[in-house]
Design a protein. Structure first.
Length: 414
């Protein structure tokens, strides 16, 4: 009998030491961070982070250089706010207008027009008016070239290691580039300014009259803002920030969202369409909000599969591109049109470059994720949960009980 009791006690101890780690694991690893492959994006690069802590929640090719297009105007606006006064009045110069390529996005400001710095910020951030950036550059630095130098100096101060600017508006140039990570740094710095936050968060903005125009309204190019011209992509938590597009850059979107006080910032670069940039940004936000606690538990930034070969960065022209950049709106009829543009240079062929075409995911030992529809919301979330661990503990216990019964039967025979 004593032998039987000793055998039972030994089996119980065996069960305890085998099951305890598994059961303890069930209380910890059920919070494992979500798998990066849950996100399926066809952006050239992307990043998602917590605006208040700077913690990266997701990234894909975040340090790969690409053309930023009109997201460049975030830096122009930042320097204007840091070095100017929104209440100041400025006069549009001929040099500011002449500096804009004829195919760049323009609103129709004319030499001699007087408007406030606040209006310049509204035009460059809401409808991506390129001439507003050169007017602002002359206001801040005296000339455009000096302002561009300030842009590069400020980028370096912000820790932007993959960025170089040659103009104030983002028109394609082989020496004008940035990364998703760098754009997120610029955006977070700009969002510290209330003036900037208010402008980029407004879908429809009223522009006060100038000496050349009556008052008129403008609508943001950011389709995530409720009330924009893309109602199917209204995102109730969106609070900005800036779109960008050229045929070389693809469609870029830097966007921010605030849900119950949790502010996230997303950057997607090189998406195949404007609608895709909106849909993929919403996907990133929803994924981040759904999994935020789990992501913070894991601590490490999550990287996803690259959908586009990062070595396919195209060579941009040094001057002009035939695709009008970013602008999808025409000036208000109440505004005086700008003078006829000068003939554009013959651009290099662009059909040889398709930076945003969907490509096969990078080879991996892990099973490929199920793609999400191009305009859909996030795919399913898979994280280690308590059920598999529970069943594992049960299996260990059953195994121990079987061993106990076998030992007892053997002892009876003895």
């Amino acid at each position: 009998m004593n032998r039987a009791l000793r055998s039972i006690l030994l089996c119980i101890l065996y069960i305890f030491f085998c099951a305890a780690p598994a059961m303890a694991a069930g209380t910890v690893t059920e919070q494992d961070a979500p798998v990066a492959e849950d996100l399926w994006l066809n952006a050239y690069s992307a990043i998602l982070l917590d605006m208040d802590t700077g913690e990266v929640l997701y990234e894909s090719n975040a340090d790969e250089q690409n053309y930023p297009a009109s997201t460049t105007k975030m830096m122009t606006a930042l320097l204007t706010l840091e070095n100017g006064d929104p209440k100041d009045m400025v006069t549009v110069s001929e040099t500011a207008i002449d500096a804009i390529p004829s195919t760049a996005s323009q609103w129709g400001l004319v030499p001699g027009e007087e408007l406030s710095v606040h209006q310049l910020l509204q035009l460059m951030l809401v409808v991506s008016a390129s001439e507003a950036t050169t007017v602002a550059a002359e206001y801040v630095a005296g000339d455009i070239e000096s302002f561009v130098d300030m842009m590069n100096e400020r980028a370096e101060e912000l820790g932007c290691t993959g960025t170089h600017f040659v103009n104030t508006h983002g028109f394609p140039n082989s020496e004008h580039y940035s990364t998703a990570r760098d754009l997120s740094k610029i955006a977070m710095e700009a969002m510290k300014y209330e003036e900037f936050r208010e402008i980029v968060a407004t879908a429809v903005t009223e522009i006060e009259p100038t000496n050349y125009s009556r008052a008129y309204s403008i609508t943001s190019t950011n389709g995530l803002l409720p009330g924009s011209r893309y109602p199917e992509y209204d995102y109730p938590y969106a609070i900005g920030i800036k779109t960008g597009h050229t045929s070389y850059a693809g469609f870029c979107l830097v966007s921010a969202a605030d849900k119950d006080g949790l502010r996230l910032l997303s950057v997607v670069m090189g998406t195949p369409s404007r609608e895709s940039s909106f849909a993929q940004t919403i996907e990133l936000f929803e994924w981040g909000y759904e999994n935020y606690d789990l992501l913070n538990y894991g601590k490490e930034p999550k990287s996803g599969p690259a959908m586009v070969d990062p070595n396919t960065l195209p060579e941009a022209p040094d001057e002009e591109d035939e695709t009008k950049e970013d602008q999808e709106v025409t000036p208000s009829p109440s505004h005086v049109p700008s003078p006829s543009p000068s003939p554009s240079l013959t651009p290099p062929p662009i059909e040889t470059y398709a930076p945003v075409a969907a490509a096969a995911p990078v080879a991996s030992a892990e099973p490929a994720p199920v793609p999400v529809a191009a305009a859909g919301l996030p795919g399913s979330f898979t994280a280690a949960g308590p059920m598999p661990l529970f069943f594992g503990a049960i299996a260990v216990i059953l195994f121990g009980l079987i061993i106990t019964l076998i030992v007892l039967l053997v002892r009876r025979r003895d």
